[in-house]
Design a protein around this ligand. Structure first.
Ligand SMILES: Nc1ncnc2c1ncn2[C@@H]1O[C@H](COP(=O)(O)OP(=O)(O)O)[C@@H](O)[C@H]1O
Ligand SMILES: [Mg+2]
Length: 272
């Protein structure tokens, strides 16, 4: 019977947000009737100015916040914080300062109790290698640059092999050069591991460089302003992609849309 059903059910989107309403307790409406989905393996950038609800969106997707209406599905299942399909990378790397890079990556694997200590170390090392940090495995976080710390955080999340990666402005604190190099790194890892990625940023160039599709958020009224498919060839590189005329066209288009978002919100909510 279940065999029959699985044949009829179309493959689920990796992520689905259906008719979600969300307001904070103080009555501040962040989303009303928000609809958004991501196909399996798609790289979606969520772009919007500060205060538009980007972090709120991730908190809803991760199940840390509950919507007043609507549904959030990860791989067809209602989302919740401990869902193993979900991985998070935050703006600050949040490493344990007293643990080496390797031990920070291994830390998340300790919950996977079916692996021996040696197997956990080996798996942690594999992901450190993947982010190019094998040589720094024994260093403490304070002995690593900001970009390297963020790589460790990325390795720690990837080691848990999530199907869906939620990234909340992970490179916003880095200088522009490190950020560009982490952008390239992110695409290389994504091409190798094939997750679905929801990448939140307020950086237009970063959104265009990374994404298959950019979703622009409104500040007020809350929700989606518009979407833009980014049809740039892959693999993308800083040297080539960023100087393509089409890259600049996408960038200019998004600058106009963000300008529109800002203009709308200032009409509704004059600065006090
Ligand atoms: N706990 C909270 N209570 C009330 N309002 C909040 C809370 N957290 C965030 N907000 C408000 O909700 C809006 C969206 O916040 P946030 O999701 O953090 O935006 P972003 O990540 O895009 O900068 C902002 O106007 C913010 O001030
Ligand atoms: Mg935020």
């Amino acid at each position: 019977m279940s065999h029959f059903q699985t044949q009829l059910v179309p493959p689920a989107d990796a992520l689905r947000i259906e008719a979600v309403d969300f307001a904070y307790g103080n009555g501040h409406v962040v989303f009303s009737n928000l609809n958004l989905s991501a196909r399996r393996g798609e790289f979606v950038a969520i772009l919007g100015p500060s205060g538009c609800g980007k972090t709120t969106l991730l908190n809803l997707l991760s199940g840390f916040q509950q919507p007043q209406a609507g549904r959030l599905l990860v791989d067809g299942q209602a989302t919740r914080p401990e869902l193993p399909a979900l991985g998070y990378v935050f703006q600050s790397p949040q490493l344990f300062p007293w643990l080496s890079a390797l031990e920070n990556v291994r830390f998340g694997l300790r919950v996977a109790a079916d692996k021996s200590f040696a197997e956990q170390r080996e798996q942690a090392l594999h992901y450190l290698r993947l982010v190019g940090l094998e040589a720094a495995a024994e260093r403490l976080p304070r002995q690593l640059s900001g970009g390297m710390q963020q790589r460790v955080a990325l390795a720690r999340t990837l080691a848990l092999q999530p199907q869906v990666l939620l990234m909340d402005e992970p490179f916003a604190a880095l200088d522009a050069i490190s950020r560009n190099s982490m952008n390239e790194e992110t695409l290389r890892l994504w091409a190798e591991l094939g997750q679905t990625v929801l990448f939140i940023t307020h950086d237009i160039d970063e959104a265009v460089f990374l994404a298959d599709r950019v979703v622009v958020l409104n500040i007020a009224p809350g929700g989606i302003h518009s979407e833009l498919a980014i049809d740039l060839p892959r693999p993308r590189s800083n040297r080539e992609t960023r100087r393509l005329p089409a890259f600049l066209d996408y960038r200019n288009e998004l600058m106009e849309r963000i300008g529109d978002v800002m203009a709308q919100s200032s009409l509704l909510e004059p600065l006090s």
